[in-house]
Design a protein around this ligand. Structure first.
Ligand code: NDP
Length: 491
């Protein structure tokens, strides 16, 4: 096992360029989900601290120099932030693995580098943007400017804390806005360092503020109602998105929401199972299934159903569940006690609904030091009824439902019978079918013969109740800027 830092951390909000002593002694604890040990005490930001953070962000926006500095200089500072993240990547990956329970190599090799790239990508992207000129009668010059909006509240979930926060912070800052960030209270560790990393990169005080607290009646809610906040970028549960939309409605804040999902992963009989099976396994169980893009409904054509079930079961049985800090671990624990209880409550639902358990459904055998961790084996059910709750609701854990289908039409009907629409996956060797099915699945991203392959220029977001708006490339820039039309008489 790798060396793990065991000292309990003291975490504070970061406001106007410095760590803030809370006005009250309210604190909450953060646990390592693999062991249930306390790893951090966090000072909770109350209304007063959130107000200070929002006012600091407003002042930094109005008085500059962030918004007014030359674009190349602003982008250079963002690239420096990305470099610092890479310089500190082992520390950040250790913290993320300990806080979320994800395997350390995944944090080290994928998520932290991607977080750095989120900042670098949007710095490069912003610098390359043009703006429209509309040729008019020769006496006028008519053009567009993209200006920053103001203060952004960036609210993120616990499954990919650092990666998802930088995915919002990159375009927010590149466009010249200022930010107040709130990570999920169960996983605040890596995001709590973003303020000091921004400062070290030369970003002025007040531009990046981080507060720690809860959602309703706490920091999250204050950030969505505060009069100094102009826009809210939120990633989390659909129900939370609805409540945030109501909170922001009075002052008509701009919103961008990335919400829940229940993706159909459709396996046709002509699919290459040697590729489809290992990828579907990742899509189902990566990050313990706590991924909005998880392929949690696997629709398999009846003619290959039995073969698929057997091979998928074998593959799941070889998935190594264990200590997130061990390099050979494929899957760690669930993130928290509360979430473990939610996920395991679906095991009872599955049983009551008559689903057939193919694999898992219980705690794995684990070494003594992990005996208190929130572990669940990769769990596979067959459920013929696509209306069953385990086929419809986002479980957000290592629980996958296999659903047989006969025809392409039936597969599409099942795939689209959902309140969500974040993404879908299609496995087939038939090019025409690949296009046809991709066009008919009602979701924001469709992967054909692959999963989770991302190009940061591409639109990312959900149909139906999986989101409002799109992130990525110019879609993010549109959200984080106001387009201004200027028409000048040349006489
Ligand atoms: P939540 O919606 O519970 O929380 C997300 C964030 O919102 C947390 O920081 C939370 O604070 C905060 N929050 C909660 N209530 C409010 C409120 N009323 N006002 C303001 N802020 C609030 O989501 P989870 O953390 O449970 O994350 C899992 C969900 O995120 C899943 O549904 C998943 O699908 C979705 N997700 C979507 C992605 C996408 O791109 N579409 C990507 C990743 C996840 P606190 O933690 O203190 O409650």
């Amino acid at each position: 096992m790798e060396q793990v830092q065991t000292r309990v951390k003291e975490v504070k909000s970061f406001v106007d360029g410095e760590y803030l002593e809370s006005s009250t002694d309210a604190k909450f604890d953060v646990y390592n989900p693999a062991t249930q040990e306390i790893i951090a005490h966090v000072q909770e930001a109350k209304e007063e601290e959130v107000d200070r953070a929002c006012r600091a962000a407003r002042k930094a926006f109005e008085e500059g120099p962030w918004r007014t500095m030359p674009l190349s200089e602003r982008c250079q500072k963002l690239r420096r932030m990305a470099e610092i993240i890479l310089e500190r990547k082992e520390e950040l990956a250790r913290l993320e693995a300990m806080d979320v329970g994800k395997p350390y190599p995944v944090a080290l090799e994928k998520e932290i580098p991607r977080a750095a790239n989120n900042l670098k990508f949007f710095a490069d992207f912003m610098e390359k943007q043009g703006a429209e000129v509309y040729p008019m009668d020769e006496d006028y010059l008519n053009y567009t400017r993209y200006e920053p909006v103001g203060v952004a509240s960036l609210i993120t979930p616990w499954n990919l804390p650092f990666m998802l926060t930088t995915w919002k912070l990159g375009p927010c800052l590149a466009a010249g806005n200022t930010a107040v960030i709130k990570p999920a209270e169960v996983t605040p560790l890596t995001v709590s360092l973003l303020g000091e990393i921004a400062k070290e990169a030369g970003i002025p005080d007040g531009v990046v503020n981080v507060v720690h607290g809860f959602g309703p009646g706490s920091a999250g809610e204050y950030m969505t109602t505060h009069p100094d906040v102009d826009l809210i970028s939120f990633t989390g549960e659909t129900a939370t998105g609805k409540s945030i939309m109501k909170s922001g409605a009075d002052s008509l804040k701009k919103v961008s929401f990335e919400l829940g999902g229940k993706a159909a992963n459709i396996i046709f009989e002509d699919a290459n199972l040697d590729k489809a099976i290992p990828t579907s396994l990742q899509a189902a169980f990566m990050n313990s299934g706590q991924v909005c893009l998880a392929g949690s409904r696997i629709l398999v054509q009846r003619s290959i159903f039995d073969e698929f079930v057997e091979r998928f079961r074998e593959a799941a049985a070889s998935f190594k569940v264990g200590d997130p800090q061990d390099s050979g671990t494929n899957m760690g624990p669930l993130v928290s006690k509360e979430h473990y209880e939610k996920v395991t409550s679906y095991l009872k639902v599955a049983e009551e609904e008559g689903a057939t358990l193919v694999h898992g459904g219980k705690r794995p055998e684990l070494p003594e030091h992990l005996k208190n961790g929130y572990y669940l084996e990769p769990t596979i059910y067959i459920q013929e009824d696509p209306k069953a709750r385990i086929s419809q609701e986002e479980i957000f854990g290592p629980v996958v439902t296999l659903i047989p289908f006969e025809t392409e039409e039936e597969a599409l009907e099942i795939a689209n019978d959902t309140d969500y629409g974040l993404n879908g996956v299609v496995w087939t060797d038939n090019l025409q079918r690949a296009h046809r099915v991709s066009h008919h699945v009602r979701a924001g991203t469709i992967w054909v013969n692959c999963w989770f392959v991302r190009d940061l220029r591409a639109p990312f977001g959900g149909f139906n109740q999986s989101g409002v708006g799109r992130e990525g490339g110019h879609h993010s820039m549109e959200f984080f800027t106001e387009a201004k039309n200027i028409c000048i008489a040349l006489e």
